[in-house]
Design a protein around this ligand. Structure first.
Ligand SMILES: Cc1cc2nc3c(=O)[nH]c(=O)nc-3n(C[C@H](O)[C@H](O)[C@H](O)COP(=O)(O)OP(=O)(O)OC[C@H]3O[C@@H](n4cnc5c(N)ncnc54)[C@H](O)[C@@H]3O)c2cc1C
Length: 542
């Protein structure tokens, strides 16, 4: 966010009385800020770090009903998520949410027999209204091996194929926030809430502007905590205390070097203990995960070696011919699920993903649980409870309307070709890089893509767009969340780090010392991401 825009947001934050203040800028807070604005309510949202820096940039990136939740009997949750999936894919964010075939191979000795998986997939297909060609219930071993020659043959009994969808979780969250902002919500990242107080009927938040170090006060009629895994920590700011509401469960993912696990579709893998995981294609790269481990740490971003080894073991069991090893991993991320704390103890995988809204004080609500996929439906439910009667037919329709990037005309093949010709690059390359910007790709291009080194010139334009339009304040925001260069960039990820720090510094008025600090912050995150890995011989020599 440019300095004048942040100044403006800070001024509004301190001078207005908002209908709703939201703590937490992940997908949950973002969805509620958008929904409130659509209903004509004034909304303020503060985020302690960068938007989407918590769980909402560290998920499996699936927009799905979750086949496995059917097994847990969560039919309502699955149906709602599937409806949201279709809305996102076809209307709200087709540039960010794309359908993806999933193969589910079954082996002798697997926890779920073949008939049960086929029944589950059939029901899943029916709940989502899947087209005939999107479902294949009776795949024989040779069909599966034809689709993926690296698949383990030994004990393969058959399987099924169904359709789900994949997204970029951080960009989806940012897109929802941008829509909220365009509709009048006041949003501030790097502004943690530090204290709560009451002023008559109003809720007062003391926030800190991490950019200037100054504190400021915000007043609102109602308050929503959407702090994900940090919920209990934030509730700890209340003077009279509060019983814990969340149970945290962490999950790791590993990004694989381009070409090491070439996939056209996602595949269900099983851990050595039979747990389900996924291998998901991502451009020419792919990623594998996830784990499900109870934790007490809300951030929990450090990947433990034991989790990385567990995932690699699952990939090795499923795709032995790929011979995947530690040094094939180019990126890693670990997120913490903010699950609603159950009444009695259950293992992490059994805890419901359903959202829960609790009014902990008068006019102060806390949301826990939920999924990325169902953020919009969840936001509707939350607003219906916090502001009953605020819904209107117009707001309900607007809630289902396109997000930024899908609000204009979709870019045609012809336009991609023409733009590529003008920029002196290949249309396929341009599309791969700018597809996630949807109809805003042209705006990104106008920010300075020219002939020469495509990677450099596109990265530069994307950086400028991130600063101007997507609230980026630090270099790491661009490298990790506005793009996923840090996760999937491999050997080229940090090639232009210093030049990018200089460009961002020029736009945001950074000193030389600050530029260097920004470079170091990206390097630190890169090192932390792979700190679980034993140094590879090339790296020792480097
Ligand atoms: C491993 C894993 C895989 C997942 N995969 C999927 C999937 O494939 N599909 C799916 O639909 N869902 C998935 N989920 C679930 C989904 O990612 C989460 O439900 C969702 O991202 C939670 O969003 P949130 O906004 O509630 O929390 P968060 O994204 O964590 O946001 C909470 C925010 O609150 C901020 N905050 C904390 N303290 C303060 C403070 N004092 N002041 C201001 N702000 C504060 C934090 O910085 C954080 O950004 C997955 C989750 C995990 C962990």
């Amino acid at each position: 966010m440019t300095a004048p825009l942040r100044e403006h947001a800070l001024r509004r934050a301190q001078s207005e009385i908002f209908d709703l203040a939201i703590v937490g800028g992940g997908i949950t807070g973002a969805g509620v800020a958008r929904e409130a604005s659509l209903r004509g309510l004034t909304a303020f949202l503060c985020e302690a770090r960068d938007f989407a820096s918590g769980t909402s940039s560290r998920s499996t990136r699936l927009i799905h009903g979750g086949l496995r939740y059917l097994r847990l009997g969560d039919v309502r949750l699955v149906r709602e998520s599937l409806q949201e999936r279709e809305l996102l894919r076809h209307v709200m964010a087709p540039h960010l949410v794309q359908g993806l075939p999933f193969y589910f191979p079954i082996y002798r000795g697997d926890p779920d027999p073949l008939w049960l998986v086929r029944t589950g997939v059939a029901l899943y297909g029916r709940l989502s209204g899947a087209a005939r060609e999107d479902l294949e219930l009776r795949l024989a071993p040779h069909d599966l091996l034809e689709a993926m020659p690296l698949l383990r043959r030994d004990g393969l009994r058959g399987g099924a194929r169904y359709l789900d969808a994949r997204t970029d979780d951080a960009r989806l969250t940012l897109s929802v926030l941008r829509d909220a902002s365009a509709r009048g919500a006041v949003l501030l990242n790097y502004a943690p809430v530090r204290a709560f107080a009451r002023e008559g009927d109003l809720h007062c938040l003391t926030c800190r502007d991490e950019e200037s170090g100054e504190t400021f006060a915000v007043r609102a009629r109602r308050l929503l905590l959407a702090a994900g895994p940090w919920t209990d920590e934030v509730l700890g700011l209340l003077e009279d205390g509060q019983v814990p509401l969340v149970r945290c469960s962490a999950g790791t993912h590993l990004a694989l070097r381009s070409g090491r696990l070439p996939l056209d579709a996602a595949w269900v893998m099983r851990g050595p203990d039979g747990r389900m995981m996924f291998a998901v294609p991502y451009g020419t790269e792919s990623y594998i995960g996830t784990t499900d481990v109870l934790t007490e740490e809300p951030d929990g971003s450090t990947v433990p070696a034991v989790e990385a080894e567990y995932i690699l073991a699952a990939a090795d069991r499923t795709f032995p011919e790929a011979h995947l090893a530690e040094h094939d991993v180019i990126g890693a991320w670990r997120g913490v699920r903010p699950l609603a704390r159950p009444g009695r103890s259950r293992s992490a995988s059994r805890v419901s993903r359903e959202d829960r809204l609790v009014e902990v004080r008068e006019g102060m609500h806390v949301v826990v649980g939920g999924k990325l996929t169902a953020f919009r439906a969840m936001a509707e439910r939350i607003l219906d409870r916090i502001y009953p009667g605020s819904q209107s037919a117009g707001a309900a329709a607007a809630s289902r309307s396109p997000l930024p990037g899908a609000q204009g005309e979709a870019i045609t093949e012809d336009s991609w070709r023409q733009a590529a010709r003008r920029a002196g690059v290949r249309a396929a390359d341009l599309r791969a890089r700018l597809g996630p910007y949807g109809d805003e790709a042209a705006t990104v291009l106008q920010m300075g893509v020219g002939p020469g080194n495509l990677r450099f010139s596109l990265d530069r334009a994307i950086l400028r767009f991130a600063v101007a339009e997507e609230f980026a304040l630090h270099l790491v925001d661009v490298y990790r969340r506005r793009t996923d260069r840090l996760l999937f960039g491999g050997d080229f990820a940090l090639q232009h780090l210093k030049a990018d720090a200089d460009e961002m510094g020029r736009l945001l008025g950074w000193s030389e010392v600050r530029r260097e600090a920004e470079v170091q912050a990206v390097r630190r995150l890169e090192a932390e991401m792979l700190s679980w890995r034993a140094p590879h011989s090339d790296e020792i020599l480097r």
